[in-house]
Design a protein around this ligand. Structure first.
Ligand code: NAD
Length: 471
C-alpha cells in the first residue's frame, strides 16, 4: 500500500490497519499521508500544469485515457481480487460492474473528448466587418478527487478520467477503508506514458487528515467529491475561503413507487436488486418502497420471500457501519414489523467475525421514523402502502435527499407524468441502475451539487473562455 507522489511510490506515514470485512481480521496496513506529503503532492501536480501536459492535444489525451483503460484490462483479475478483498463484495459484482465500469469510464471520456467541439459566433458590427467570437476550454488546474468505499475504483475513475481528459492534474484520496485498487490504478497510470506528475495518490483518513488537508489546500483549484452529505458540507466549508468549485455526489434515501398496474413479478425482482445489491451499500439503492394498497400484501409477501432466499451477498464495510445499521434495525423492530431478516447471519466459520447483516424487509413504521428518513446504507428496505398517485409523489418527495427514484407501472402516461415530478436527479421507470455514461448523473437537495456524466463532467472540469476578434 503506497502513495504515489512526485512520480515515485512512497510508503511513508503512520500506518493504520486494513481490515477484511468478511472476517473482521486485520489483513494489512496503509500509510497515512502526512500534511507535508499532501503538500508535496499538490506542489508536484501544480508544477505539472506548466510542463508538457499543457501542450498535449485533446487527441493525445484521449489516447492516453485509452492506454489507462488498456492497463486496467491487462490486470483485470488483480483489480477484481483487490476490490473484493477491500470491500468483501461478491466476485461476480466486482467482475461485472466495478472493474469493467472503471475501464468504461476512461474509454467513455476518451471518446467524448475526441469528438468534442466548441462553438463560435460571427457578430455584426456597425462598420459591417464584424467580429469573430470563439470559445477556448481550459483546465481548472489541480483537482482534488476524494472518493468513498462502496464502489472504490468505479467512483474514483468516474472523476479522474474526465479531469485528465480536460487537461487537469489530479491528486486523489481514496477511502481509507478501500485503498487497494487506487494503488493499482497509480501503477497503471505510471506505466501509461503520461507526462510526469499529472496524477498523484495519497492515502489517509478524512477529517484532520489527508482528506481535509487536501480539500482545504490553497494549491487545489477544484474538489470533486463522492461521499456522505455531511462530509460534503465540511468540504464545502474548506473550499469556501478560496471559492474553489465543487462537484458533489452525496447521500440518498431513494424511494421506489409500485403501482397496481405494474408487472408485479418484475417489480419484485427489480426491487430485490435495487434494495440489496452490494448489501444496500450503493448510493442508488432503494431504501423505501411505497406500494399501491390493492397489491401491497402480495408485493410485501413476495419481496420478503425473495429477501429470505437471497444468497451470495456481502458484509457491511466495517464494524462501525454494521453497528450503525443494526442500531437502526433494533429501533425499527421495536416500532414496526420485520418481514424478513433483521439480524446477523451465522455461518459457523471465519465469517462469524465479519460485519454481516441479513437482507431485511421492514414495514409499519411512521414516515418520521429514523429508519424511514435517514440514509441507512445497508440491506434494509421499508415498505408502506399508498392510495393515490398524488400521495405516492408526496411520500417519495418528502425528506432531505433527492438522488434517485424508481417507478414501477404498466401505464405509459402515468410513467411520463410521475417520473419528471419526482424531486430527484435520476428517475428509472421499470428498471434500476441502468446507466448510459453520457447522461447527467447527480442529485438534488442534500444529495449533491452539480452533475457528472458525459459533457456535464467535461464542462465541470474545465473553464470556457471567450475570445472576441474584430475582423
Ligand atoms: P464519507 O463521506 O465518510 O467518506 C468519503 C471520503 O471522504 C473518504 O475518502 C473520506 O476519507 C473522506 N472524508 C471524510 N471526511 C472528510 C473531511 N472532513 N474532509 C475531506 N475528506 C473527508 O463517505 P463513505 O462512508 O466513504 O461513503 C458512503 C456515503 O457516500 C453514503 O452517504 C453514500 O450515499 C455516498 N455515496 C454517494 C454516491 C453518489 O453518487 N451520490 C455514490 C456513492 C456513495
Amino acid at each position: 500500500m503506497r502513495h504515489y507522489v512526485g512520480g515515485g511510490f512512497d510508503a511513508s506515514g503512520v500506518p493504520f490497519p486494513l481490515v477484511d470485512p468478511v472476517t473482521g481480521r486485520t489483513v494489512g496496513e496503509v500509510p497515512a499521508a502526512s500534511r507535508e506529503l499532501v503538500d508535496r503532492a499538490v506542489g508536484a501536480a501544480r508544477e505539472a500544469l506548466r510542463g508538457p501536459w499543457a501542450g498535449w492535444s485533446p487527441a493525445e489525451r484521449s489516447r492516453a485515457l485509452h492506454r489507462i483503460a488498456d492497463g486496467i484490462e491487462g490486470r483485470f483479475e488483480e483489480f477484481v481480487a483487490a476490490e473484493c478483498a477491500d470491500t468483501g463484495k461478491p466476485r461476480a459484482l466486482a467482475a461485472t460492474v466495478d472493474i469493467p465500469r472503471a475501464v468504461a469510464n476512461f474509454r467513455a471520456y476518451a471518446d467524448l473528448l475526441a469528438g468534442r467541439s466548441e462553438r463560435s459566433w460571427h457578430t455584426g458590427t456597425p462598420d459591417g466587418r464584424g467580429a469573430l467570437n470563439y470559445t477556448v476550454r481550459k483546465p481548472l488546474g489541480v483537482v482534488a478527487v476524494v472518493s468513498p468505499w462502496n464502489l472504490p475504483l468505479l467512483l474514483l475513475t468516474w472523476k479522474v478520467a474526465p479531469a485528465l481528459a480536460m487537461g487537469n492534474t489530479v491528486v486523489a484520496k481514496p477511502s481509507e477503508l478501500t485503498p487497494s485498487t487506487a494503488c493499482l490504478l497509480a501503477e497503471v497510470i505510471a506505466g501509461a506514458e503520461l507526462p510526469a506528475d499529472v496524477f498523484q495518490l495519497v492515502h489517509g483518513q478524512g477529517a484532520d487528515a489527508a482528506g481535509q488537508w487536501l480539500t482545504e489546500h490553497p494549491g487545489v483549484d477544484a474538489v470533486a467529491f463522492t461521499g456522505e452529505s455531511r462530509t460534503g458540507s465540511a468540504i464545502m466549508r474548506a473550499a469556501a475561503d478560496r471559492l474553489a468549485p465543487v462537484s458533489f455526489e452525496l447521500g440518498g434515501k431513494n424511494a421506489g413507487l409500485v403501482f397496481a398496474d405494474a408487472d408485479l413479478e418484475r417489480a419484485v425482482e427489480g426491487t430485490l436488486r435495487s434494495a440489496f445489491t452490494h448489501s444496500g451499500q450503493v448510493c442508488l439503492c432503494t431504501e423505501r418502497v411505497y406500494v399501491e394498497r390493492p397489491v401491497f400484501e402480495e408485493f410485501a409477501g413476495a419481496l420478503a420471500a425473495g429477501a429470505k432466499d437471497l444468497a451470495g451477498y456481502g458484509p457491511m464495510i466495517s464494524a462501525a457501519h454494521r453497528d450503525k445499521v443494526l442500531g437502526h434495525l433494533d429501533r425499527a423492530a421495536a416500532d414496526g414489523e420485520v418481514l424478513a431478516g433483521g439480524g446477523v447471519p451465522s455461518f459457523g466459520d471465519a465469517r462469524d467475525g465479519g460485519f454481516w447483516v441479513e437482507p431485511t424487509v421492514l414495514t409499519g413504521l411512521p414516515e418520521d421514523h429514523p429508519a424511514v428518513r435517514e440514509e441507512i446504507f445497508g440491506p434494509v428496505v421499508h415498505l408502506a402502502p399508498f392510495d393515490t398517485e398524488e400521495e405516492a409523489l408526496a411520500l417519495a418527495n418528502a425528506g432531505p435527499y433527492g438522488l434517485a427514484a424508481t417507478v414501477w407501472t404498466g401505464d405509459v402516461s402515468r410513467a411520463h407524468r410521475v417520473a419528471p415530478a419526482l424531486d430527484v436527479g435520476i428517475a428509472w421507470v421499470n428498471t434500476w441502475n441502468l446507466r448510459d455514461l453520457r447522461t447527467p448523473f447527480g442529485g438534488v437537495k442534500a444529495s449533491g451539487i452539480g452533475r457528472e456524466g458525459g459533457d456535464h463532467s467535461l464542462d465541470f472540469f474545465s473553464e470556457p473562455m471567450n475570445v472576441c476578434v474584430k475582423l
